[in-house]
Design a protein around this ligand. Structure first.
Ligand code: FAD
Length: 400
């Protein structure tokens, strides 16, 4: 059957449909999305859209012209791989190939569900609910100093809100960056006029107030919870499609799920990385751009005999815009044995390089986009780095 059904019309789903046409797929393509808005890009939500600088961020894709059957407001509730069909609220839909691109959903703060004035930031609807909160310059408590918390705090300060960020760990971005690096981001909050309370746990959220376990009562005209997201895969339980303990779809190195004819891409899937020697679950935009090209290549090429398609083993990349800074990261640093500072981390622009056995494996650049571009290429090549030269920010990053 030459029908591809894609579940989830976010970045990864849309890019899969587009990549299939770019790579010459002539069969039917159905793109089923639960949200009612035309498919849109998420990064602008916490940046321009929140502040009303942009109304939306719809993708510039002409679905009709590409022969993509886009069905919005269509939630898929299950899949029966043996019969090759998905169940939707409007009845079953058969597929030849299934691509799961349901992304991730925010983790709720226990005890805050249903309390008025508590928000998350994942969808355009979320951003539209938060816009008037910012415009009214409410006192805001942000729970979680991760990427979303930092970007939201930035926008709220720009809007003139009083902002307190509550973080259970001893520093921001504790799950993403080592202490010696994240320590230099603490001051960014204060510089912007936000209060960062680290090592602080929320004990309860009530209407208009956040209680911390040291007894502090923080007045909150609104609460924004940014404590992480997890793959939106509950609807796959019992389907026979294997999930990892973190609930990501357990895919192989070509983003194939555990049953024939099913692929997964974007924020909902984890895949084995030979490059990093571990399974990766990546929640960043670039992964939702690159993964679809691999999936499309397998679907299109899989019709040919003896086809061995491309392996998906990217150097992960993402960026964040926070507190007036452009922060970019490439690679995966957990296996590093050496850290090299490039520039003064108390200044406006600096870079950190991580090496393993003399080879560059990851890099964080703050306000140094050229370092990122050059470093990313070196990481892709597995290039060695002279640490003395790398520590001099006036010399371009080059292999040893
Ligand atoms: P999603 O974008 O989550 O799309 C999945 C879609 O599937 C959703 O529309 C959902 O409604 C739909 N869906 C879910 N379940 C079903 C179902 N059962 N049936 C039908 N449809 C379903 N990354 C960066 O690298 N840099 C950034 O600066 C950055 N900023 C961000 C800011 C915000 C506010 C957010 C939320 C994310 C940001 N990201 C950023 C991350 C990036 O946006 C995501 O990695 C990317 O959106 C993942 O795309 P996806 O298609 O896998 O998932």
């Amino acid at each position: 059957d030459r029908k591809v059904v894609i579940v989830g019309a976010g970045m990864a789903g849309v890019q899969t449909a587009v990549a299939l046409r770019e790579q010459g797929w002539t069969g039917d393509i159905s793109l089923l999305g639960a949200e009612s808005h035309p498919p849109y890009d998420r990064p602008p939500l916490s940046k321009t859209v929140l502040l009303g600088k942009a109304d939306g961020s719809a993708f510039d894709v002409d679905f009709a012209a590409l022969g993509i059957d886009l069905e919005l407001g269509r939630r898929v509730s299950g899949v029966r791989p043996a019969e090759r069909l998905v169940q939707t609220d409007a009845g079953p839909v058969p597929y030849g190939h299934l691509v799961i691109a349901t992304g991730a959903e925010p983790i709720a703060l226990p005890g805050s569900e249903g309390v008025p004035g508590v928000h998350v930031l994942r969808t355009l609807d979320d951003a539209e609910r938060l816009r008037p909160v910012l415009a009214a310059q409410r006192d805001i408590v942000v729970v979680g100093a991760g990427w979303i918390g930092a970007e939201f705090a930035t926008a709220a300060r720009e809007a003139g809100c009083a902002v307190t960020v509550v973080e259970a760990a001893e520093r921001p971005l504790a799950g993403a960056l080592p202490a010696e690096v994240a320590a230099h981001m603490v001051g960014w909050y204060a510089d912007s006029g936000a209060v960062l309370r680290t090592g602080a746990r929320v004990s309860a959220v009530e209407h208009g107030v956040v209680l911390l376990d040291d007894g502090t009562r923080l007045p909150a005209g609104a609460v924004v919870v940014g404590i992480g997201a997890r793959p939106a895969t509950d609807w796959l339980l019992g389907s026979g499609i294997a999930l990892a303990p973190d609930r990501s779809i357990l895919a192989d190195d070509a983003l194939r799920a555990s049953v024939p004819g099913v692929y997964a891409v974007g924020d909902c899937v984890s895949f084995p990385s030979a490059r990093y020697g571990q399974r990766l679950l990546v929640h960043h935009w670039d992964n939702a751009l690159q993964g679809p090209r691999t999936v499309a290549a397998h679907i299109v090429g899989g019709e040919a005999a003896n086809f061995t398609g491309p392996v998906y083993d990217p150097v992960p990349y993402f960026w964040s815009e926070q507190f007036g800074r452009f922060v970019q990261y490439a690679g995966h640093h957990t296996a590093a044995d050496t850290l090299v500072w490039r520039g003064d981390p108390t200044s406006a622009a600096w870079t950190v390089c991580w090496l393993r056995e003399g080879v560059l494996i990851a890099l964080l650049a703050v306000g140094r986009p050229r370092d990122l571009t050059q470093g990313r290429k070196l990481i892709e090549r597995g290039a060695g780095l002279d640490t003395t030269r790398a520590a001099d920010p006036s010399i371009p990053l080059k292999s040893a």
